[in-house]
Design a protein. Structure first.
Length: 64
């Protein structure tokens, strides 16, 4: 699920305007925050993939 800037700001406990301000005035901070969200999304996708593989493994075991 793709988060909007508003969603990200809410999760950080800040206003969306603050996040936009950081993007312009504190680019390194903004970059770190965005990388954190990207990392979290990658972890979620990896977990989903692992769950799908486990389900396929179980399905394969049943068909054997």
């Amino acid at each position: 699920m793709k988060l909007t800037q508003q969603d990200k700001a809410r999760l950080l406990g800040i206003d969306a305007r603050t996040l936009r301000k950081w993007r312009k005035e504190k680019p390194y901070l903004y970059e770190i925050i965005m990388k954190g969200f990207a990392f979290e999304e990658a972890v979620k996708k990896a977990q989903q993939n692992a769950d799908e593989l486990k389900a396929l493994e179980e399905e394969f075991k049943i068909k054997r």
